[in-house]
Design a protein around this ligand. Structure first.
Ligand code: HAM
Length: 432
């Protein structure tokens, strides 16, 4: 055991893990670009207050918070949304709407370590601000699903389950839950798949529902959209929400993701600030926790920044996604690599070899050489070739006498050719 291991729930990224992290990040960025999102970032340390009121008790219990040396109550950020709202709240009037922003922050939550849950993780956050249209909701979910599709995961691998907090609100009020007790009812439904049924019933009876109504509240979670619609009957609000949900569904189908989505009243989201359509993405086998979650939060700008701006977004974590890619053998295999390893054929070629290193690098090739073998009096071609192979270089470039001609050895096939550095650069453009 090493003397200083990483803290529980924190990862060391050795090159193999770093390559996997980069694979995820490059798809995140590529999708964000394709959907027209601009990148931003904020500070990893924020004032405690920013999270305490609006994120809800679950996340507050998991904060990495402390008092700094200036006596400020601060916390490592557990999520990005309050920071985004703080930053945009100050500038929203100047910006053309809707604002489409993305970020890939590292976040910190003091969670119980388990499969797919650590104490730090990275999240792709994509948020659309200043837009009420449900087409924005559909576009946002399609971006999250596109990340998964771009990584090779299809509708047989993953499913986006969505619901609407307004619909749940209506249905719970109709059962007699008071506005004041809604957060408890949401929390019970959010945990319906994890907690035993009796726990849910008990918590609902504690907020004043009789046993039969508590059962009915839990039953709501297995109803289809049509069943909910007939249960609620027609009414201006309900009709509008249902029409929006149907447009959401058909737009997602139009965008190519119809097979990936399913209405599901069990989706509430743990965070307190959501106000409309909410969704979570899961693996179909149901072995892992949520891969991604988000939704509409139309009142958070008002309560955190004092401006009335509708907004929606999601957080897409790297940990569960990494597990899923490994399970389905879609994670990139890591190999050490360089385009070129420069080798001196003999003592007299050392200076010329260094010059070839310079030329190769300025031409954009990733170029390495064996330091000790090029030291005065230590040139050994066999050793340099072995070094080239173990370093994962694609080609060895052997320099003899002057750099006018080089011998290029393909380390996979063993084939050798003579050429000038310029000819090499034209024939073999840099790999990246
Ligand atoms: P969240 O559901 O708390 O949402 O987190 C989103 C995703 O982050 C989860 O689905 C999961 O993949 C990942 N995640 C969360 N906690 C952990 C953890 N401890 N270890 C590993 N992965 C984790 C939010 O954070 C919202 N702020 C998302 C959002 C953005 N809503 C609107 N805009």
């Amino acid at each position: 055991m090493t003397r200083h291991a990483a803290l529980p729930g924190f990862r060391d990224f050795y090159p193999e893990e770093m390559a996997r992290r980069n694979q995820i990040f490059s798809v995140w960025r590529e999708v964000a670009r394709r959907y027209g999102f601009e990148e931003y970032d904020g500070p990893p340390l924020e004032s405690l207050e920013l999270f305490v009121e609006k994120s809800g008790p679950e996340i507050v219990a998991q904060l990495f918070n402390f008092t700094d040396k200036g006596n400020r109550e601060v916390t490592l950020r557990p999520e990005m949304t309050p920071t985004l709202v703080r930053m945009l709240g100050a500038k929203i009037k100047e910006l053309p709407k809707p604002v489409r922003w993305f970020s890939t922050p590292q976040l910190f939550r003091y969670e119980k370590q388990q499969r797919g849950r650590l104490r730090e993780h990275f999240q792709l956050n994509m948020d659309i601000v200043g837009e009420t249209s449900v087409l924005a909701d559909a576009d946002l979910l399609s971006a999250a699903l596109d990340v998964l599709r771009s990584l090779g995961l299809g509708p047989d691998d993953i499913v986006a389950r969505y619901s609407d907090r307004r619909l749940l609100h209506q249905a719970l009020l109709a059962l007699g839950v008071t506005e004041e007790n809604l957060p408890v009812a949401y929390n019970v439904i959010d945990k319906v798949e994890r907690d035993p049924r009796e726990v849910g019933i008990k918590r609902l009876t504690e907020i004043g529902l009789d046993a039969k109504t508590a059962e009915e509240a839990l039953e709501l979670t297995s109803l289809s959209l049509d069943q909910i619609a007939s249960r609620l009957g027609t009414g201006e609000i309900t009709d509008r929400i249902l029409a929006e949900l149907r447009l959401y569904q058909s737009t997602l189908t139009g965008l190519g993701f119809g097979e990936y989505i399913r209405f599901d009243m069990k989706i509430v989201r743990g965070l307190a600030y959501y106000t409309g359509i909410v969704f979570e993405i899961f693996d179909r086998r149901g072995q892992l926790r949520a891969i991604c979650g988000g939704g509409r939060y139309d009142r958070l700008f008002h309560s955190l920044a004092g401006v009335d701006v509708p907004a929606l977004g999601f957080g897409f974590g790297d940990v569960v996604l990494g597990e899923l890619l490994k399970d389905r053998r879609l994670a990139k295999n890591y190999t050490r690599s360089a385009d070129v390893c420069v080798i001196a054929a003999d003592e007299s070629a050392r200076i010329a070899a260094i010059d070839v290193v310079r030329q190769m690098r300025s031409g954009g090739h990733s170029t390495i050489f064996n330091y000790r073998a090029l030291e005065e009096g230590k040139v050994d071609v066999g050793k340099q070739l072995k070094y080239a192979v173990t370093s994962g270089a694609a080609r060895a470039v052997i320099v003899s006498g002057s750099d006018a001609t080089i011998r290029v050895k393909d380390l996979a096939t063993g084939q050798q050719d003579e050429m000038t550095v310029q000819q090499f650069q034209q024939r073999y453009p840099p790999a990246r």
